[in-house]
Design a protein around this ligand. Structure first.
Ligand code: OGA
Ligand code: NI
Length: 196
C-alpha cells in the first residue's frame, strides 16, 4: 500500500488532489458494491442533506443522491477491511505529513439516473474539521454516456474525474467541486478525514 499512499500524497501536495485505480482489490470492489446494493435494496438509505447536524436541510435542487453512513459497529467483513485500510492510510499520513487526522466518517451514495450534486465544498460553515475528502467509485462499469463525472474547480483550471469502477480520488476538502448529472445509476463510497 505504501506505493499507493505515496502516489496520493505526492499528487495532493502538488495539485491538491490525486486519484488511484488499484487501491481496492477486485474482490473488495465487488464486496463493497454488494454490501451497498443489499443495504440499498433493504431501503436503508435516505435522501442526502446539505450542512451538518444542526443545520441539515434536504435541498433536492442542490443534491439528490441517497446515502447510508457506515459505522464500525454495524459493518460486515468487507467494510471492516475498508475501515482498517483507511486507518492505515491515516496513520501513514500523520506519521509522514504531520496531518493530525483524528477520525474519519464515510457513507455509501447512490446517484440514481438524473441525480447530481451541484458545486459545493465539503467543509461546513459551522464546522471546518474536514481536511481530506476521498471517494471510491463502485459502479460495475462506466462509459462517457453514463455521466456523473466529478468536477474539481481549482484556482486556474477545472479537472474532470471519471467515476471508473474501483477508482479512488483523494482531495482537499476546501476545493469546490460538483457531481454532474448521472445518466445511469452511480455508486460510491465517500468519506472525510477530520481533525479535532
Ligand atoms: C460529496 C461529493 C463526490 C463524488 O459527497 O460531497 O462531492 O464524486 N461526492 O461522489
Ligand atoms: Ni462534496
Amino acid at each position: 500500500m505504501v506505493e499507493i499512499y505515496e502516489t496520493l500524497i505526492q499528487g495532493f501536495s502538488e495539485k491538491g488532489f490525486e486519484s488511484v485505480d488499484h487501491w481496492l482489490s477486485t474482490e473488495q470492489l465487488i464486496g463493497l458494491r454488494q454490501s451497498l446494493l443489499s443495504q440499498y435494496k433493504k431501503d436503508d438509505f435516505h435522501t442526502a442533506g446539505i450542512g451538518n447536524k444542526d443545520h441539515l436541510q434536504t435541498v433536492e435542487s442542490i443534491r439528490n443522491d441517497e446515502i447510508r453512513w457506515l459505522s464500525k459497529e454495524t459493518s460486515n467483513p468487507v467494510e471492516m477491511k475498508f475501515f482498517s485500510q483507511m486507518e492505515g492510510f491515516i496513520q501513514y499520513l500523520n506519521r509522514t505529513c504531520f496531518t493530525a487526522i483524528t477520525s474519519f466518517e464515510s457513507h455509501y451514495a447512490v446517484y440514481d439516473k438524473g441525480s447530481f450534486y451541484k458545486r459545493h465544498i465539503d467543509r461546513f460553515k459551522h464546522d471546518d474539521r474536514r481536511r481530506f475528502t476521498f471517494v471510491f467509485y463502485l459502479t460495475e462499469s462506466w462509459t462517457k454516456q453514463d455521466g456523473g463525472e466529478l468536477i474539481l474547480y481549482l484556482n486556474n483550471e477545472t479537472i474532470t474525474v471519471e467515476p471508473l469502477p474501483g477508482r479512488m480520488i483523494f482531495f482537499d476538502s476546501s476545493i469546490p467541486h460538483e457531481v454532474l448529472v448521472a445518466n445511469e445509476q452511480r455508486l460510491s463510497l465517500t468519506g472525510w478525514m477530520k481533525v479535532n
